[in-house]
Design a protein around this ligand. Sequence first.
Ligand code: ZN
Length: 52
Amino acid sequence: MPEQHRPEPPHRTTTVETGRFCAARCSCGWRGPARRARSKARADAAAHGESP
Ligand SMILES: [Zn+2]
């Protein structure tokens, strides 16, 4: 992961699909559990963004 010279970026969450599963992933290195539904993965990401 490339380091950026910027002031404290917030938790940038994305979702990554691995096969049939989808998992939330964050720029801080956090990764959510694999979910079958992307909406679930997004919910994980949202929850992490609110309370890392
Ligand atoms: Zn994070």
